[in-house]
Write a protein that binds this ligand. Structure first.
Ligand code: SF4
Length: 362
């Protein structure tokens, strides 16, 4: 697909060019599977809208069948998430199963976690051939605990140290949500984590939803000024930072172009088809990835509903889903999900204001 053309049309015209819809290649997709719908934290920035599952959670056997079918349907990258996947040992059983599948299939898999319960599973993880683990840390100890819960920082960084020192997985990411509360100490937090051995960071801007806390709210201007600071940031230890911009950040991309933080010639496509621009300083490589052109990223909720990531922000997710994996085949649901994403793009882009918010979706 002509991703660069898609990118420039979305950014300059503020609409998804529908004539490119039939050129979207969904033969190699990413699938995030929720292991559960429970979490042990109550973070101020949580966007999770599924307060009650609509159906019974998928059984372990049903998750295994889902993995099989997803591999047959072209899924190349699996992310096991949930609200928090390490609350029970179900995640270990799922990872043991997919590890067996890896032998005969060209797939990768990882886990996304808040990190607070990972320590108890480090020995088990050593045997599971994980391609990555993604642990969320939102700032210095003080800020992280203020956003998440007292003691959450020490629990998550303790697990990180065990994983890094024990060489437990191929790649360790720390995901950080940039917001008003952590903005003043954000670079200090990166330096602290780099000191503990973290080299890969994934930064997401805070997207305010009706459930989120207003004190965290940022504007597109705030985010642009963060990018400007990042251009001159020189960490104490070498790090790589990835900023993945979803559709709700399209106005910020427009601003980046207008303000000269980025130009279209510097937008590149890598071998895996990711569209990005790169900023490089002493000790720091920054990749701004334009994830909004990738419509082949799908999600299955803990009770089997298939759709895009945005469906999880609402409790009526089962109405916006493309179907349930218990009843429909994945290949049947993919085109419907892509169409729904494009519709969502266009509808939301027209409602954008200065704040970064997803309230316009409801
Ligand atoms: S942001 Fe993640 S860790 Fe925090 S309450 Fe929500 S699901 Fe749990």
């Amino acid at each position: 697909m002509e991703k660069r053309r898609l990118f420039s049309e979305i950014v300059t015209k503020g609409r998804f060019p529908e004539d490119l819809l039939n050129k979207i290649d969904s033969s190699e997709s990413e699938l995030s599977i929720d292991i559960n719908n429970e979490c042990n934290l109550h973070c101020k920035h949580c966007y999770w809208g599924i307060t009650k599952l609509h159906k019974e959670p998928l059984s372990l056997d049903e998750i295994k069948q889902l993995i099989d079918r997803a591999i047959d349907s072209g899924t190349k990258l699996f992310a096991f998430a949930g609200r928090e996947p390490f609350l029970t040992d179900r995640i270990i059983h799922v990872l043991r199963y997919i590890k067996e599948k890896k032998k005969d299939n060209n797939i990768k898999y990882g886990v996304v976690s808040n990190g607070t319960r990972v320590s108890g599973y480090v020995d088990a993880l050593k045997e599971l051939d994980l391609d990555y683990i993604d642990i969320s840390i939102d700032g210095t100890r003080e800020i992280h605990d203020k956003i998440r819960r007292d003691g959450a920082y020490d629990a998550a960084t303790g697990a990180l140290k065990q994983i890094i020192n024990g060489n437990v997985v191929r790649k360790v990411f720390v995901s950080m949500c940039y917001n008003k509360l952590n903005s003043a100490t954000f670079f200090e937090a990166i330096d602290d984590l780099a000191e503990k051995g973290v080299t890969n960071f994934c930064i997401l801007p805070y997207i305010h939803s009706e459930r989120g806390s207003p004190e965290l709210k940022i504007t597109f201007d705030d985010f642009l000024s963060f990018l400007r600071q990042l251009e001159h940031y020189s960490p104490k230890k070498p790090v790589e930072i990835m900023i993945d911009l979803e559709w709700y950040m399209i106005p910020s991309v427009k601003m980046m172009l207008d303000e000269g933080v980025m130009n279209l010639e510097r937008v590149k496509e890598d071998a895996a088809g990711n569209l990005y621009t790169k900023i490089e300083n002493a000790n720091c490589k920054i990749y701004v990835k334009f994830g909004f052109v990738d419509l082949n990223r799908f999600v299955v909720t803990a009770d089997g509903y298939f759709g895009n990531i945005h469906m999880k922000s609402n409790n009526d997710y089962y109405l916006t889903a493309s179907g349930n994996v218990r009843e429909k085949d994945i290949l049947e649901m993919i085109p419907k999900t892509i169409n729904a994403s494009v519709h969502l793009f266009n509808r939301s882009l027209q409602k954008m204001n200065k704040e970064i918010t997803i309230t316009s979706l409801s």
